[in-house]
Structure formats: structure tokens, C-alpha cells
Design a protein around this ligand. Structure first.
Ligand SMILES: [Zn+2]
Length: 101
């Protein structure tokens, strides 16, 4: 998976299409990721103690990695990335602007 935690992505399908957000969690094995404020699902929380009320909290559900596009932090465009190897170091390069991202 080419998207990392902390990247900004553009949602390209689903109910949050055309929205941007920050990746807060990635699941490379499932090829899924969680984007902050995107794909919100209401979750009913049971009260922890008796006498307390249950709450409804909104949490971001995972999206397929194919439903988002990487946004370059340097040029701000939706771009593909490639990797450049230099010695033992691996750099991720934006194909649009050529800068390390
Ligand atoms: Zn770029």
C-alpha cells in the first residue's frame, strides 16, 4: 500500500466523495484505511456504570484504499507516487512535482 498514516487523501467514491481528510490508521493486509472525519458511523455505546446513559458516538469506519487518492503534501495535487532507493534509504516521490513526500 502506497498510502501512509498522516497522508492527506481525497475520497473518490462513496458518500464522502470529493472530501479530503487525513489518514489516521492504515491496515495494509486488508488494503483498508481510516480517514479522519470520513465514512462516519454511529456507534451505540452501552453505559459503563448503572445509572449512566448510553451514548451514541460517531467513529470513522475503514475505507478501501482504492476509494481514495493520495494528495501530495508538497504540490497539493492528487498524484501517484513512486519509490526511489538511495543506498539503504527509501524515498517516496510524488510523480507530479518530483519532491519527496
Ligand atoms: Zn507533488
Amino acid at each position: 500500500m502506497k498510502i501512509k498514516k498522516g497522508d492527506t487523501v481525497l475520497v473518490i467514491s462513496g458518500k464522502d466523495k470529493a472530501r479530503k481528510g487525513k489518514v489516521i490508521e492504515v491496515f495494509p493486509k486488508q488494503n483498508r484505511l481510516i480517514v479522519e472525519g470520513i465514512n462516519l458511523r454511529k456507534k451505540h455505546m452501552k453505559p459503563k456504570k448503572s445509572g449512566e446513559k448510553g451514548q451514541i458516538v460517531e467513529t470513522s469506519a475503514p475505507l478501501n484504499a482504492s476509494d481514495v487518492k493520495f494528495i501530495c503534501s508538497k504540490c497539493g495535487k492528487a498524484a501517484r507516487t513512486r519509490y526511489k532507493l538511495e543506498g539503504k534509504k527509501k524515498y517516496r516521490i510524488c510523480k507530479k512535482c518530483g519532491q519527496e513526500v
